[in-house]
Design a protein around this ligand. Structure first.
Ligand code: SF4
Length: 474
């Protein structure tokens, strides 16, 4: 797609009568390119009620483009080595794209479907050549959930045991599903260096995790934490969200309870352990089943954080860290904002709002003031429930997902119904494969062993999938 864009730009540059409008018009003809100025939204109050196409050559719906088979794209081959120390200063090799675990809050999981694994042999080759070229002594196997990679144990073992690496190259798995993380993987990783371990149960109770479709049981989490502590780790990080749809105080307090149990597990192996629970405020995202739902106002998030902190105080070794609730409100405005938010952001900046992502500089009143000056309100963007038939500002941008699939998932969430990963079960017809003639590229026909996905995730959680049979031929 990049080469198609550069071709268009190249042809435009060769045209002596070129102007900006002709370039934008030509780019709109490249599949997957969105040119906002060719679309004019109409608003009534807080809602978008229409969208006018200003150029008949622009598509009514801009469809995403996606790589069908990562095996055809063994890149980057020459990762740059920075001259100064940077974050993530290591070799990065992408092991797969997409994730169909189906977490309902997760935009990445929804819009990057289906799962496309890189062949394990190609991963091994990219790691070996990358280390050779860069001199790094750490490699991150990246994806949305690296422990789900079919060949994960083999790939980790290949890197750690490669005689060319002299036992000096460590592996980090930045994104771990607790139900796919095993003692064997932990044991192999720690042979070189115990890289940080972060698990993301996201919800404090099983009920909450069914709502968000993060179908990992308490036992899955405890097994993963046990695997880590038993292999020498003394610190694990857990990620949670608060302010989720249908959340009750007991779900928030469940985070402290899970943290306490994890500390107890760690103490079976070490005298001092730290379990750090990071808590972020839920922000609904476009193209997800929760795109219609409201988020908690800062005051409510703060109340829940206080509740949690007080509960966690009783457990030595359990640390609670949290994201500033006011920042969550600003993120909510940006997450589901419409075209009018551009002017709001400019006002924030003109009124001195620089470095707003730094907590010491962040100032919510700048956002509130700018919204008010534009005749808008923060509540309309953050705490307002959207109607299911309301036009959404991103309806003309498609990741292939059928709206009725997203609505069905939203209803299932409210009813606390979980659905299994379509990588290993029948298709739910979300549209991500069928709309683009794609399919999963997964080496393993079954879920990774070691957790509830591999050992009976609880089929009773799923909803019925209708199947129709028809006779063909004789
Ligand atoms: S189309 Fe079916 S198999 Fe493909 S991602 Fe959607 S539910 Fe899964």
């Amino acid at each position: 797609m990049v080469s198609e864009i550069t071709d268009v730009v190249g042809a435009w540059k060769a045209d002596p009568s070129r102007d900006r409008a002709s370039l934008l018009k030509a780019l709109a003809g490249v599949e997957g390119v969105y040119v906002p100025s060719l679309y004019a939204p109409r608003f009534e109050g807080c809602r978008q009620v229409g969208l006018d196409l200003l150029d008949p050559g622009a598509p009514e719906i801009v469809e995403k483009r996606t790589v069908a088979d990562l095996g055809d794209w063994p890149y980057p081959k020459n990762q740059l080595v920075p001259l100064t120390e940077v974050v993530h200063d290591r070799l990065n090799v992408e092991v797969f794209r997409g994730c169909t675990r189906g977490c309902r809050f997760c935009q990445a999981g929804m819009i990057t479907r289906p799962v496309r694994e890189r062949p394990a042999a190609q991963v091994a080759e990219m790691v070996a050549r990358g280390i050779e070229r860069t001199g790094y002594n750490e490699v991150a196997l990246t994806s949305l959930s690296s422990a789900d990679f079919s060949g994960i144990e083999g790939v980790v073992a290949d890197v750690v045991d490669d005689p060319n690496n002299g036992g000096q190259v460590s592996v980090s798995l930045p994104s771990l599903r607790v139900d796919a993380f095993t003692v064997a993987t932990a044991a192999k990783i720690q042979q070189v260096k115990r890289t940080g371990l972060t698990f993301a149960p996201e919800g404090g109770t099983w009920r909450m995790r069914k709502v968000i479709n993060k179908l990992i049981s308490d036992d899955d989490l405890f097994a993963a934490v046990d695997a880590a502590f038993s292999q020498g780790w003394r610190r694990v990080k857990l990620y949670f969200l608060i302010g989720l749809p249908t959340e009750r105080d007991e779900d928030v307090l469940g985070i402290a309870e899970l943290g306490k149990r994890c500390v107890e597990i760690g103490k079976q192996y070490h005298q001092h352990v730290t379990v750090s629970a990071s808590v972020g405020g839920f922000v609904p995202k476009a193209q997800t089943p929760f795109q219609w739902h409201s988020q908690n106002a800062p005051r409510e998030l703060q109340r829940k954080i206080t509740l949690l902190r007080d509960a966690a105080k009783k457990t030595k070794g359990l640390q609670i860290r949290w994201h500033e609730p006011a920042a969550t409100a600003a993120e909510g405005v940006l997450s589901r904002g419409d075209r009018r938010i551009g002017a709001v952001l400019e006002r924030v900046w003109r009124n001195g709002g620089t470095f707003q992502e730094w907590s010491e500089h962040f100032d919510l009143s700048l956002f509130q003031g700018a919204l008010a000056d534009e005749g808008l309100s923060m509540d309309d963007y953050t705490t307002r429930m959207r109607d299911e038939d309301e036009m959404l500002p991103w309806d003309h941008l498609s990741a292939g997902l059928h709206k009725d699939f997203l609505i069905g998932e939203y209803h299932d969430a409210i009813e606390e119904v979980g659905v299994e990963d379509c990588r290993w079960t029948p298709c739910y017809d979300c549209g991500a494969c069928t709309n683009y003639d794609l399919e999963h590229v997964v080496a393993s026909a079954s879920a990774p062993a070691g957790g509830s996905q591999g050992t009976g995730q609880g089929l009773d959680l799923g909803r019925p999938v209708s199947v129709s049979l028809s006779r063909s031929g004789n």
